[in-house]
Design a protein around this ligand. Structure first.
Ligand code: GDP
Length: 297
């Protein structure tokens, strides 16, 4: 939270400075909208937020900065939507492990997220098995195995580069069933060829895995620093596979936390986890209230 607050100062400081002007006139509202856009909140949400604030200032007849700040906080929390279910389906049930597929473009932080999340689950006394279904790059499986060793969980992988990702995914679920694990987490390849190719690949992984156990969670990992570009990629993935949650990584490296709102609105899926650094402890559950507080800090 500390790191998030610091890196997101541009957002908070900018808005709060604007709201501290003696008179909040149309120019100030325009500047507020611009700041929201710069923070990657998205056009619709930015306009909506300014509209709501302006209306409330009129109705509530109070435009002193402290009051408007409190309103801004409230309305931002509403936009981030605290009513969404952000829990992770990571409980073993009916004698089979929960299966979590992790998808997203190369370089967004999938493997790192799998490693960090495995660590969180292990700390909760869960048995975890990792599956290296990114078989296109030999280094990818090595990287996942390294995380597995670090966290103390087994990694199922193929020795053959270019092996069928679906069969590695299947093998990891079977291993998880045999070892009576709680969770099997599968890291997938992020080569964004085209939508059809991606659908084929992810669809096949899901179908084949489901011969052994249901897929409980499909986490789409998005790099917060990539802005609109990341959004476009995210849309392609969400059309290719039913995403159940978003992991927004590299929030430590951007002043544009508004991307959370834009992504959730575009995909209709909650942000469940956030990445705040490269280290094993730099993963946190997403909490709308503290996120907005950090934005405005
Ligand atoms: P993948 O290709 O999607 O599996 O991505 P990786 O897990 O290999 O991560 C790509 C790079 O991003 C690595 O250098 C990671 O250490 C880094 N990374 C991942 N998550 C975060 C994060 O939350 N913050 C920062 N600063 N770096 C991250």
């Amino acid at each position: 939270r500390g790191r998030l607050a610091k890196s997101n100062n541009v957002f908070g400081k900018g808005l709060l400075a604007l709201l501290s002007r003696d008179r909040i006139d149309q120019d100030v509202w325009d500047e507020i909208e611009e700041t929201l856009l710069l923070a990657d909140l998205g056009t619709d949400a930015s306009m909506e937020l300014v509209d709501v604030l302006q209306r409330r200032v009129k109705v509530e007849g109070a435009d002193d900065p402290a009051h408007v700040k409190a309103m801004l906080r409230e309305e931002l929390v509403k936009l981030v939507d605290p009513t969404m279910d952000r829990s992770l389906a990571v409980e073993r049930k009916d004698s089979v492990p929960a299966v979590v597929l992790v998808v997203g473009v190369n370089g967004v932080g999938k493997t790192t997220t799998v490693g960090k999340l495995a660590r969180v689950l292990v700390a909760e006394d869960k048995e975890v098995v990792l599956g290296a279904a990114d078989t296109f790059r030999a280094a990818a499986a090595d990287q996942l195995s390294t995380w597995g060793a670090r966290v103390g969980v087994p990694t199922v992988r193929s020795d053959v580069e270019g092996a069928d990702p679906a069969s590695v995914a299947y093998d990891s679920v079977v291993a998880g069933i045999e070892e009576e694990a709680d969770v099997v987490m599968i890291d997938t390849a992020g080569r964004l060829q085209n939508k059809a190719g991606l659908m084929d690949q992810l669809g096949k992984i899901k179908r084949v895995v489901e011969k052994a156990a249901a897929v409980d969670e499909v986490l789409l990992v998005i790099d917060a620093t990539t802005g609109q570009n990341g959004m476009t990629q995210a849309r392609v993935f969400s059309e290719a596979v039913d995403v159940t949650g978003i992991v927004l990584t590299k929030l430590d490296g951007t002043a544009k936390g508004g991307i959370v709102v834009a992504i959730q609105r575009a995909l209709g899926v909650p942000v469940k986890l956030i990445g705040l650094g490269e280290g094993p402890d730099d993963l946190a559950p997403f909490d709308p209230e503290s996120f907005v507080d950090a934005l405005l800090d």
